[in-house]
Write a protein that binds this ligand. Structure first.
Ligand SMILES: O=C(O)c1ccccc1N[C@@H]1O[C@H](COP(=O)(O)O)[C@@H](O)[C@H]1O
Length: 213
């Protein structure tokens, strides 16, 4: 069996959970960022979380969340991992990890070699790293833009914690990305959609099959 673990991010409907489970993805992501076309309400997220089978890790994606938002979500929605996709400092990552008792995956945007130091810094406070493309300066979303970075920048790089590769991955390029970077975990959002915010079950199946080789 392949050791590659796949995260499908931005699930909004019960049939998305079915597709993720059928494709044997390891993680399902729920987006708590109102500007995203994939944003879910707390009620929606609760239903999706409760419909997730044991074995599918439920990841809550937040962008610079304040304590009130996290408290409101976590009071209602069972989550297994917090994904921080904003400009949270290392101190804030450590604080949220301790405060909520959940593993934290910190996203770090990469565009050039100068961005790699941040991975080392966050690798000492987070439980997992998400190595994503740095968003364009004028982007509305800090992720989920379907934008890839130059994978050669991290080829063969390792950090003290597990990590996932993200950014512009698709069923057509994920295998090459894995082979080039050595990633054992991959994350996708827009690359498995038929329209912004609408997941495509067939694309999810093709993505996971390609990732797992
Ligand atoms: O998916 C979103 O809408 C989103 C919003 C805000 C921050 C991050 C978001 N998604 C994450 O971005 C990466 C890459 O996405 P894509 O595959 O390039 O579309 C992925 O890690 C998502 O978890």
């Amino acid at each position: 069996m392949s050791a590659i673990r796949v995260k499908i991010c931005g699930l909004t409907r019960p049939q998305d959970i079915d597709a993720v489970v059928a494709a044997q993805a390891a993680y399902g992501g729920l987006v708590f960022f109102p500007k995203s076309p994939r944003a879910v309400s707390i009620a929606q997220a609760r239903d999706l979380s409760l419909a997730s089978p044991v074995g599918l890790a439920r990841v809550g994606l937040f962008v610079n969340p304040d304590d009130a938002l996290l408290d409101a979500v976590l009071a209602e929605v069972p989550l297994d991992i917090l994904q921080l996709h904003g400009t949270e400092s290392p101190e804030r990552v450590a604080e949220l990890r301790a405060r909520h008792g959940l593993p934290v995956m910190k996203a770090v945007g990469v565009a050039g070699p100068e961005d790699l130091d941040a991975l080392t810094t966050y690798g000492s406070v987070a439980d997992m790293l998400l190595v994503d493309a740095k968003p364009p300066r004028d982007a509305v979303l800090p992720g989920g833009n379907g934008l890839a970075f130059d994978w050669r920048l991290i080829a063969g790089r390792r950090w003290p914690v597990p990590w996932m590769l993200a950014g512009g991955l698709t069923p057509d390029n994920v295998r090459e990305a894995i082979l080039l970077t050595g990633a054992t975990q991959v994350d996708v959002s827009s690359g498995v959609e038929s329209a912004p915010g609408v997941k495509d079950a067939d694309a999810i199946a093709r993505f996971t099959a390609a990732a797992k080789g």
